[in-house]
Design a protein around this ligand. Structure first.
Ligand code: SAM
Ligand code: 2KA
Ligand code: SF4
Ligand code: MG
Length: 235
């Protein structure tokens, strides 16, 4: 089965969430069932980018061509990777190579291959995204995932988003929970201005979390890659 691939890059560090700092290669799939207002990867779904249909073996070869032997961890992101049943084959082949595999998804679609993933990040979308969470779908998704190594990560731009994050954390209290700084200037090439904006937002999110009794066991993180490389693609 072929998979629509937008880009393959790395090694770089995972800039977000449960394995932040981990050296990893990225495979970014095309297509998303959401259209978040602030999506930093719009080219995966808005028609501005082009995907290549690739077989699992071709993706494995490409990962080796680009990363050599200087990696042992793959992150599959998108778009929504969970739209693609064919990723199951890629995940098996990565494991045969001795590589670990992480996935980034929003929890709106289930695939059985999610149970084979080493680090699953589920990122439900807060009000500022202009998306509406289908809590029936998310409950089923989280229930199916029970045995996996999973975490929840909510991007926060404002107070309303923060309240949404509290609702999510309370609904799935046993799942490790991460708050992530939102980047609302995903087009700028002025890295210095972006970094100072993102650090201000990070400070706000830390302050806000410190005051919340619901967030006593949450982790508050920036997008590390945005602080280092700004909005550059392929890093
Ligand atoms: C581009 S998405 C792809 C995976 C999947 N569609 C999802 O949203 O989880 C990867 C991660 O980037 C986050 N993200 C997207 N745009 C962002 C932004 N402007 N600021 C902060 N995080 C963002 C998403 O919430 C998600 O956790
Ligand atoms: N370094 C780095 N870390 C990331 N974590 C999540 C990413 C994504 O776009 O899904 C991402 C990305 O694009 N680059
Ligand atoms: S779900 Fe993820 S890829 Fe899809 S629009 Fe939202 S942030 Fe972008
Ligand atoms: Mg990104």
């Amino acid at each position: 089965m072929k998979i629509p691939v937008m880009e393959i890059f790395g090694p770089t560090i995972q800039g977000e969430g449960m394995v932040i700092g981990q050296k990893t290669m990225f495979v970014r799939t095309g297509g998303c069932d959401y259209s978040c207002s602030w999506c930093d990867s719009k080219f995966t779904w808005d028609g501005s980018g082009k995907s290549t249909a690739m077989k699992a073996e071709e993706i494995i070869s490409s990962l080796k061509d680009i990363g050599g032997e200087a990696f042992s961890h793959i992150t599959i992101s998108g778009g929504n990777p969970a739209l693609h049943k064919g990723l199951g084959e890629l995940i098996n082949q990565c494991h045969e190579q001795g590589w670990k595999v992480a996935v980034e998804t929003q929890g709106s679609y289930w695939q059985d291959w999610l149970l084979d993933i080493d680090d699953v990040t589920i990122s439900p979308k807060p009000p500022s995204s202009l998306m509406t969470t289908d809590f029936n779908k998310l409950d089923t998704f989280m229930h199916n995932l029970k045995v996996a190594n999973a975490s929840l990560k909510v991007v926060v731009f404002n107070d309303e988003d923060f309240t949404y994050a509290e609702v999510i954390h309370q609904r799935y209290p046993t799942v490790p929970f991460f708050l992530q700084v939102g980047n609302d200037d995903v087009l700028t090439i002025d890295d210095q201005a972006l970094v100072s904006l993102l650090l201000k937002r990070f400070e706000w999110l830390i302050d806000r979390s410190m005051k919340s009794t619901i967030m006593n066991d949450a982790k508050v993180l920036p997008q590390l890659h945005a602080l280092i490389w700004g909005n550059k693609r392929g890093v």
